[in-house]
Design a protein around this ligand. Structure first.
Ligand code: ZN
Length: 156
């Protein structure tokens, strides 16, 4: 059997058995490159699904018009128009820009299933989405400030 055929077969078997297809993102880096680009604190959140301490982000009190971008790949994620004070200790938004994120189920906490929010362009972990947010969506995007870069001015 040729090696390429074996790899394709192995990938197909993986998908068949797990339902999980390895994803290629538009922006990718080696692990060493991500560590250099992000630094240790942002790396822990974006690449290792970490969470920053509650009430640690200066972006919680950021109320100027502007756009919040992914720190890993600069994709626009959130508009200041949908930011609100949830009081949960992290920057909070009630919706996200179209196609900017994707979702994964987080089973790390026993007995609690949470919805992880990831950047759709680089796969970086941004935070979680909960269903106790305000109208009109009812969503609360609870986002780690370290995963974001805020640019004041134009609100996407
Ligand atoms: Zn990104």
């Amino acid at each position: 059997m040729k090696r390429t055929h074996f790899i394709v077969s192995a990938a197909a078997a993986l998908i068949a058995t797990t339902g999980f297809a390895p994803k290629r993102y538009a922006v990718t880096h080696s692990d060493a490159e991500w560590r250099r680009i992000l630094g240790p604190d942002r790396y822990a959140i974006l690449r290792e699904n970490g969470t920053e301490p509650a009430n640690s982000s200066p972006l919680i009190g950021e109320h100027r018009p502007g756009t919040y971008y992914c720190y890993g790949c600069h994709q626009a994620l959130f508009s200041s128009r949908v930011k609100y004070n949830s009081g949960d200790g992290w920057p909070s938004f009630w919706t996200v820009l179209p196609h900017a994120v994707e979702y994964q189920t987080d089973h790390e906490l026993i007995g609690e299933v949470r919805t992880e929010v990831h950047c759709s362009r680089c796969g970086g972990h941004l935070g979680h989405r909960f269903d106790d947010g305000p109208k009109p969506t009812g969503w609360r995007y609870c986002i780690d400030g370290l995963s974001l870069r805020f640019v004041p001015g134009h609100a996407a």
